[in-house]
Design a protein around this ligand. Structure first.
Ligand code: RFL
Ligand code: PHB
Length: 395
């Protein structure tokens, strides 16, 4: 696929946000092109999120991209929290009648790409957007490099779904209304060729640092360890990783199953949010606009939630012109701030290294509080399984 000279909507980035947006626009008969700097294979190989909120799984179904998720995804009706000597299960089904689906982000992206190929949405791989011009006061022009050749695409609107460190960062330099938090800790994540040691996720607060047991299907375990942000992946031999994982996660009848480490990676914990998600005729969606630490499992879900709101703003823009874009940020922000707050709460409750004794105790009390009563557990379950989307894609 080659980039066109003109397209009503240019979407930068073939992550979950860009691909869901292109699908909703397509269902409303609005033409778009998706430009992705990486190759098709690279995009499908990137190991990332794995927890899909119930409203997001329902949306993927409605968009025609949910068949495999329904067949292969694991429905989880609860989660366990370990702290001190206690393991506490929060039952989503019983407290709020909801669930999450464990299904990898790569598979969601693969399903959306198959769907786009089937319906003929142009998705151009190996297409690096190098600059976006004139978006503040007129129709934007997008410069893109494909196979060493530069092309310019004219459009009515550009949507940056380009994640962190994408081209929107450069295009908006010095203009952004960013609020940030750096946690000075990272997660070391491994994908292991072994069956998960339990049917549900286990989040563990441990004096040596947080750890999480998750999974990808019935035969792969996904495990995370809290490590200092300055750590180097080379310092973590398989032996050292397993020793730490067992120390922080084994107990209460659970012993991790070991297996070959198939992938490993480091994710710094950070929160950031741009208080403006619209700059003239440029909209930000997903990680390009806001980032959360992975503890609440919200990044992927928020990115897809934004796509629904952006699609509505674009439809109204086509009827009423530029003034219709004015409400985009406020429409998206309640759900985004909900995810920011929940992710911050989960992160602070479970991570305690580098905090003073008062703060450490406070965080433990918070964890005790959220597991102390049916009401508190229901509140957590509601947030974990996902707040309703801000809008309906088909309304
Ligand atoms: P993405 O997925 O980063 O996609 C952005 C795309 O834009 C492309 N791009 C460009 N293309 C053309 N020209 C340019 N100049 C470009 N610059 C960038 C990139 O190549 C890329 O393909 O952003 P999007 O769509 O906003 O989606 C966000 C999610 O990917 C992210 O929030 C989640 O992965 C976060 N996350 C989790 N979220 C959850 O909801 N549940 C989880 O369980 C969860 N676990 C995680 C996570 C993220 C992790 N890592 C690695 C950061 C676990 C981990 C370890
Ligand atoms: C994952 O399975 O990758 C995962 C699960 C829960 C989280 C973060 C990541 O909070």
């Amino acid at each position: 696929v080659r980039p066109p000279a003109h397209c009503p909507v240019v979407i930068v980035g073939a992550g979950p946000a860009g691909l869901v947006l292109a699908r909703i626009l397509g269902l409303h008969g609005i033409e778009s092109v998706v430009l992705e700097r990486r190759s098709h294979d690279h995009v499908l190989a990137r190991a990332r999120a794995g927890i899909v909120e119930q409203p997001v799984a329902d949306l993927l179904d409605e968009l025609g991209a949910g068949d495999r998720l329904r067949r292969e995804g694991l429905v989880h009706e609860g989660v366990s929290f370990r702290f001190g000597e206690r393991t506490c299960r929060i039952d989503f089904a019983e407290t709020v009648g909801r669930h999450v689906v464990v299904y990898s982000q790569q598979d969601i992206v693969a399903d959306l790409l198959d769907l786009h190929a089937a319906v003929g949405t142009p998705v151009v791989f190996g297409a690096e957007v190098t600059s976006i011009d004139d978006f503040e006061d007129g129709p934007p022009r997008v410069r893109v490099l494909v196979d060493g050749h530069e092309a310019v695409i004219g459009c009515d609107l550009v949507v940056c779904a380009d994640g962190t460190h994408g081209v929107s960062e450069t295009a908006l330099q010095g203009r952004r209304a960013l609020l940030r938090r750096i946690y000075r800790r990272s997660w070391l994540g491994v994908l292991v060729d072994a069956a998960p040691a339990a049917d549900e996720l286990l989040y563990s607060r441990h004096r040596d640092g947080f750890a999480l047991m998750s999974m990808r299907g019935a035969h792969r375990t996904r495990l995370y360890l809290e490590v200092p942000a300055s750590t180097c992946l080379d310092d973590w031999s398989d032996d050292r990783i397993w020793t730490e994982l067992h120390r922080r996660l084994d107990g209460d009848g659970l012993v991790l199953n070991e297996g070959d480490v198939l992938e490993r990676g480091l994710t710094p914990l950070a929160s950031s949010i741009d208080q403006r998600m619209r700059y003239g005729r440029l909209l930000l969606v997903g990680d390009a606009a806001h980032v959360v630490p992975p503890t609440g499992a919200k990044g992927l879900n928020c990115a897809i939630g934004d796509a629904v709101v952006a699609a509505r703003a674009i439809r109204e823009f086509r009827c009423r012109g530029e003034e219709a874009l004015a409400t985009y940020t406020s429409m998206a922000s309640a759900r985004i701030w909900g995810a920011q707050r929940f992710s911050w709460q989960m992160t602070t409750m479970f991570h305690q290294v580098d905090t003073d004794p008062y703060e450490r105790e406070l965080r433990l009390r918070q964890l005790e509080h959220v597991t102390s009563s049916a009401e508190a557990m229901a509140d957590l379950a509601r947030q974990y399984t996902g707040l309703d989307l801000a809008d309906r894609w088909d309304a």
